[in-house]
Design a protein around this ligand. Sequence first.
Ligand code: GUN
Ligand code: ZN
Length: 438
Amino acid sequence: MPCHAVKFTLKIYRAAIFHTPRNPFLAANGVVAYADGGLAVENGKVLDCGDYSSVAKARPDAAVRDLRGGYILPGFIDTHVHFPQVRILGGLGYGLLDWLEQLTLPEEARLAEADYASSIAREFVSALAAHGTTTALVFGSHFTGATASLFSAAEERGVRIFTGLVLSDRSLRPELHQTPDDAWRDSKSLIERFGSGRYAVMPRFAMSASEAMLTVCQTLLREDSSLRFSTHINENRIEIHETARLFPWAADYLAVYERFDLIGARAVLAHNVHAGPTELQRLAAQGASIAHCPCSNAVLGSGIFPMGRHLEAGVRFALGTDVGGGTGFGMLKEGLQAYLMQRVAPEPMTLTPAQMLYLATRAGAEALGIADQTGDFGNGKAADFVYLRPPEDGVLAGVLQRLDDPDRIVAALFTLAGAESVGEVRVEDRAIFNRCGI
Ligand code: GUN
Ligand code: ZN
């Protein structure tokens, strides 16, 4: 590469920098912090991350972007969020099955209309970006056209998403059902069009999938090892009871998916609030991950996630907003809610700021099998980051003025920072969101 090209692309972002390159649940790993940090980036990749003085000294030719006064964190990774549910956020007062029937499925049916679906797709990816989310495992639509619109909108915006056609052939409403044959054909056509590396096979949940439909999922996954798998599990007691009725041969909820070889390292299962003891052991042995969605668990009254039991069993988990069962797109808010609920859980635990940051970033990358590409600022990873710059006249800015301990700063950001504090968001160093004036 000629010298001038190197000069042109080499940049250093200067700000306070926080990340969690090591799992803070496994050892006493705290937040890795640089109060005056430098993030050197070239061609969309991290070259170096450390104290500004040493990062800059090694690269005297780099262009420096001075962002002091704010905080650079790895871009958030949302492991469970529903694209067709943006417009039903705020629907309080329901349990899961009533919420689906009365609020959610009627809205999801509206995505049959192509123009509406593509406007919702743009609205959805804009919301991800505006909240600092750079990667998401997104529950798509039951409609092929709407799911294609989502892939296109995310590609255009530059948000890294994994998604797919949602598959169901019973228990919902006729407009949302496909036959297993159509599900196979339409999934194949989307995989062909958008590539298998970003595609996830997604039966909505066991209740809405016949054995023939789960066999289609099995076939799709068997045919292509780069596909991911995502669905719901053990969210709500009535749902669990109904699942046992529909699959009388299954010893528990997980056994339904296991029968069709759907559980393994590429599986991300949402909720698992009411997990049985052998289910946890089997999930750990199979290397599957849980998308923990504490806001949704509270809104829908699903229950309190048994985090301690997941940790003891060695089951991986990361955070998901579960829009629209949850309370919005904010991953900081989701981390705070995880903290709050574990404080009052029957077997309470106190999450550290490092654990909250890890759950919102690197843990998601691990769940998706992309921790070698994103989730922290290790050398060679994608320059995916969120720049937080709390409004100067706000409460958070005042709180931060007093703090210099990195754990206290991260705790304050999780407690008080919302979308108004997101200044800029970059994926592979390309801006996907920029607040005017920064
Ligand atoms: N189970 C099946 N569908 C859904 C959904 O849309 N949201 C949640 N939270 N759980 C589900
Ligand atoms: Zn969900």
